[in-house]
Design a binder for this molecule. Sequence first.
Ligand code: AMP
Ligand code: ZN
Length: 114
Amino acid sequence: MDNDCIFCKINAGLIPANIVFRSNHCFVIEDISPKAPVHILIIPKVHVKSLSGIPSSNDSLSADIFDTASKIANSKNLNGHGYRLVINQGPDAGQTVEHMHVHLLGGKVLGEMG
Ligand code: AMP
Ligand code: ZN
């Protein structure tokens, strides 16, 4: 836990948020500022700043992130229409919270990336 990290605080119950799902390694919340009708964040429980901070040996965490994203997409009935997973990594991508997380966006036709 990083005491200055908003996502660590949410996971510890120190900041209120609607945690919609917990897996072994992740918790899932609705984005506070949604960019699409469905905008979910899949967040590792462990404080990892960025993708490169995930140890390559930790394949169970990597698998859990994708498994959780797939489960959430299913639960939101997004498989037929489609959805997008996004990781903003570092300043050029506009990462604002330095605790690695995956955005799941859907429920509308999404614009082009980049
Ligand atoms: P990123 O820009 O990729 O680092 O994404 C950070 C995301 O966290 C943004 O989409 C924010 O809207 C979202 N966010 C920040 N604070 C909260 C919060 N307290 N609860 C839910 N989502 C949040
Ligand atoms: Zn954190």
